[in-house]
Design a protein around this ligand. Structure first.
Ligand code: NAD
Length: 262
């Protein structure tokens, strides 16, 4: 590939929060981007157009549902047809549900495993062969500190995030000799809609106020006592796409304010 040929990235779950931050940073880096996720159609289109306009890159949107294999396959096929081969894949789409395991809704378990874990298997199997054939690729899985340690009442999420760390290591080994790196980033708490939404349920499960949940639960283990920012995560992902990071593969990189140092 010529140095002037823009790379193409798919970032799942990038209409909001961390994924949108990564997409924005990749656009700044000159990468053509496919946004994915749910939300208000007009807002998504405004975001897509603004990113393309601000950074002079091509930005497409796929509304593929990460629980639907055929929609994931269509997203990858449409990307390849419109933007060319996928050089960078970020598996970021994720949902959460907080409940004791004995009450955990079965449908929520199935959805969390499908979105937070199985969708990464599908996207990866669809793009990794091309990356290996071309001798360059970057796969970044947005796991979590919960990919390394557990918290109560998050059984499906912790299982999925530990699962994706194992998946990351496996594909890193399979792709290692082909110029393709595969890594997981493991954020601590970031104040995104996903986290805001779980505060009331955590408050209920633990009998606390919402302020107590923020102070005593979310930031309890985060040694810096600060939320991680979307921009810090996006910059970490950007670094993992560089040639400087070419020998970093198969890791689960905490960006967690010291949480997993405990
Ligand atoms: P968010 O809710 O702001 O964004 C989630 C994105 O996923 C949205 O774009 C949403 O539309 C999309 N999405 C949800 N279901 C989907 C589906 N079925 N198909 C396609 N897209 C779907 O959440 P966030 O906090 O930005 O989380 C992004 C990732 O970061 C998740 O994997 C999450 O587990 C992980 N993470 C978040 C934190 C945090 O503190 N916010 C910490 C660690 C890890």
């Amino acid at each position: 590939m010529s140095v002037n040929t823009p790379r193409t990235a798919i970032i799942t779950g990038s209409t909001s929060g961390i994924g949108l931050g990564i997409a924005t940073r990749f656009c700044q880096d000159g990468v053509n981007v496919v946004l994915n996720g749910f939300g208000d159609a007009a807002e998504i289109e405004a975001t897509r157009a603004k990113l393309a306009d601000d950074y002079g890159v091509t930005v497409r949107y796929s509304g593929a549902d990460m629980t639907k294999t055929d929609q994931i396959e269509a997203m990858v096929a449409e990307t390849e047809a419109e933007l060319g081969p996928v050089d960078i894949l970020v598996n970021n789409a994720g949902i959460q549900h907080v409940s004791p395991v004995e009450d955990f809704p079965v449908a929520k378990w199935d959805a969390i495993i499908a979105i937070n874990l199985t969708s990464a298997f599908h996207t990866t199997r669809l793009v990794v062969k091309g990356m290996k054939d071309r001798g360059w690729g970057r796969i970044i899985n947005v796991a979590s500190a919960h990919g390394l340690v557990a918290s109560p009442y998050k059984s499906a999420y912790v299982a999925a995030k530990h699962g994706i760390v194992g998946f990351t290591k496996t594909i890193a080994l399979e792709a290692a000799e082909y110029g393709v790196t595969v890594n997981a980033v493991c954020p601590g708490y970031v104040l995104t809609p996903l986290v805001e939404a779980q505060i009331p349920d955590t408050a209920k499960a633990r009998g606390m106020t919402e302020e107590e949940v923020k102070r005593n639960v979310l930031l309890e283990a985060q040694a810096t006592k600060q939320f991680v920012t979307v921009e810090q995560l996006a910059a970490t992902c950007s670094f993992l796409t560089t040639d400087a990071a070419g020998q970093i593969t198969g890791i689960a990189l905490p960006v967690d304010g010291g949480w997993t140092a405990h």
